[in-house]
Design a protein around this ligand. Structure first.
Ligand SMILES: Cc1ncc(COP(=O)(O)O)c(C=O)c1O
Length: 389
């Protein structure tokens, strides 16, 4: 293809390190701790509900905003979990995964030249969606080794062109969960500069130890300027179903819906009643999955310690970070390219999530949403790292 055919607006969307690493995983038969998807299914009753919906003929376009029982279940979940009420008729939109809710929100509110402040390292779809909208991303660092939000840097990131703030907590890839003081600082700045905040809360139920996810929208003055985004993918181990949602005021939801209808029109019909049932009846399953995941986190952390590598323990999400310098590497990309042949494991270098790549250079991300025996085998293979490369 002549390179002139390529649109400027999607400059960064080239072949990603994820594709390269997944191909390497296949070629070397490695354990893939690169991509973040669980290797176990969600609740059986949810899977059965989707099968029944297909068998029962729920195979045509559902309503554009999602079936009402799902919107009601999302509203009930939000009220029950956080005391945050939303009207299922006017304040909830079902989307094709959180990815579409993010893209539609950004396309609805960001014009060419507008700036969007986002926590850096960024989840990769943010950069692409902001670019598609013609916007400019402005990173505020969650930098190692402690990956804490620097409130002064956040305050300094605002300019007259700032249109929106994109917050992700629990955060991919660092595992940081923003605390009350972080959220208070974000809320104060958002009000002061009168900007919209898009909150990516897909890991809302995956928090560990004493960490607790607190939606920014619960803070005074924030509900009316916040779009809350989540998805069934992470909470119910169904990343392939691509059922997500956005919650916001009727005015905001109308704008996001206007974009969503021309991206995908509607979202997977038979999965919607299944996710509704999971949201209504799945609290116990979710809590057990969270505790299991915490065990897997601790299992992988112990594995790293056994080879003399101190992991940076995440308080949320299903990703763990290590600094690979104690293993004799200075660059995570080089480490990740060698890892499959050295010990049959694939991981992702942090650098790919940064604009300021230097800040991510020595860090590597490992997904631990895998079965106990898979992680046990990965840990056994990690032992090869004790030997010189
Ligand atoms: C931070 C973050 N946001 C959004 C998504 C995408 O969610 P979905 O699969 O529901 O589109 C992911 C998936 O990895 C993620 O890590």
């Amino acid at each position: 293809m002549p390179s002139a055919w390529k649109a400027d607006r999607i400059r960064s969307a080239t072949t990603t390190i994820f594709a390269e690493m997944s191909a390497l995983a296949l070629a070397t038969q490695s354990i893939n701790l690169g991509q973040g998807f669980p290797d176990t299914d969600g609740p059986a009753f949810m899977l059965e509900e989707a099968c029944a919906a297909i068998a029962g003929g729920m195979n045509q376009y559902p309503p554009g905003r999602g079936i009402l029982p799902l919107r009601q279940a999302i509203a009930a979940h939000s009220r029950r979990t956080y005391g945050l009420g939303y009207d299922p008729e006017s304040e909830i939109l079902v989307t094709t995964g959180a990815t579409e809710a993010l893209a539609a929100s950004i396309l609805a509110f960001v014009d060419p030249g507008d700036e969007v402040i986002a926590l850096e390292p960024f989840y990769d779809s943010y950069a692409a969606s902001i670019e598609l909208a013609g916007g400019q991303r402005v990173g505020v660092g969650l930098f190692g080794p402690d990956f804490r939000l620097d409130h002064a840097e956040l305050a300094a990131a605002f300019t007259p062109r700032t249109k929106a703030l994109l917050i992700n907590s629990p955060h991919n890839p660092t595992g940081v969960v923003l605390d009350r003081s972080d959220l208070a600082a974000i809320a104060e700045l958002a009000v002061q500069h009168d900007v919209l905040v898009i909150c990516d809360e897909v890991y809302e139920h995956l928090t560990f130890d004493d960490a607790e996810h607190l939606p920014l929208a619960t803070l005074p003055g924030m509900r009316e300027r916040t779009v809350r985004i989540s998805s069934a993918g992470k909470t119910f181990s169904a990343t392939g179903w691509k059922i997500g949602w956005a919650l916001a005021t009727p005015e905001l939801i109308n704008e996001i819906t206007a974009v969503k209808q021309f991206l995908s029109y509607v979202s997977g019909a038979p999965f919607q009643p299944a996710v509704a049932r999971a949201l209504n009846e799945g609290d116990e399953w979710v809590e057990k999955a969270r505790l299991d995941l915490q065990d897997r986190r601790d299992q992988l952390a112990a594995g790293f310690r056994s080879i003399g590598l101190e992991p940076i323990l995440p308080r949320g999400s299903y990703f763990m970070t290590t600094d690979v310098r104690p293993l004799g590497y200075t660059d995570g990309v080089e480490f990740c390219r060698q890892l499959p042949t050295r010990c049959g494991i694939v991981a992702i270098p942090h650098q790919v999530f940064y604009d300021r790549t230097e800040a991510g250079r020595p860090y590597v991300r490992w997904a631990f949403c895998k079965q106990e025996q898979v992680l046990a085998e990965a840990i056994r293979r990690l032992d090869a790292l004790r030997k010189p490369a």
